[in-house]
Design a protein around this ligand. Sequence first.
Ligand SMILES: Nc1ncnc2c1ncn2[C@@H]1O[C@H](COP(=O)(O)OP(=O)(O)O)[C@@H](O)[C@H]1O
Ligand SMILES: [Mg+2]
Length: 270
Amino acid sequence: MESRYNPAKNVFIDSIDIDDYIKLDSSLHAYDQLLHSIEKPLKMILVFGRPGTGKSILLNHLYQKQKYQKDIHYFETPMTNEKEFYQKLFKVITGEELPPHTQVNFSTLVEYCRTLRGKRDIIILLDEAQMYSKEMMERIRLLSDTRSIKFVVSLHKTENEDLIAKEHFQSRIWEVVELKNGNRSDIQNYIHKKLLKKNLFEIANVIQKSHIRLICKLTKGNYRETNKLLFTIFELYEYYDRNDPSKINHNRFSNKIIEMAALKLGYLHV
Ligand SMILES: Nc1ncnc2c1ncn2[C@@H]1O[C@H](COP(=O)(O)OP(=O)(O)O)[C@@H](O)[C@H]1O
Ligand SMILES: [Mg+2]
């Protein structure tokens, strides 16, 4: 028989499932801010935050919510292949597929965008923009200068990339939406809502404030790290449930197992 902890484990597989968007205090604020920003006559908007703070899911949520009202397009993690990017851009701007074996003539594309000014308000959501080359970013800037395309640029904030953000965008980005790790109440909501969505009420109920406190201490409130930790916790539960059920109590969540998972992930050292 399948362990009851198996579905709980699967809840925390790190993925962007748009139906699983959760309204957390922090992300709700960022969403409103972003929605407000894209209404303004800006050329670029920067979505900034450390890995695992919810940038991709925020962009996806915005796209899903606005796709029927706005000329909005989501560009996921860039391929190493720039050609694909230009093909996609061409399609978005002209509505036509780029004929096979043709290359996008960039200056013609920019010219064309100028003619769209005031007629279309295209919004392009660029995820993982730290992966675009300087040259591509420069071209993106040229397109945004035509005022017919607005770019929402999502960037990882890390020590090095802080620099990129500063140098490259400083004078060009007019608004910044910053995403942060969650606080305790965000993380509590996140964990509970994810479990409740899968009807795992009993498991959600045994995870209490003290456990959340420990989880936050270990993950610093980062959503991706929280996923990893919870996945590993339920992996351990599943293991004991199958092989040594006397070691676990279904009615009390175990700090010891949280710590074992943290050790396994290298958050704690013996
Ligand atoms: N508001 C939210 N609702 C549901 N899941 C979220 C939310 N914020 C973050 N997550 C989850 O946390 C993980 C990391 O989020 P992600 O958007 O991939 O972060 P980033 O792009 O900043 O690295 C993903 O599994 C994502 O589904
Ligand atoms: Mg991402």
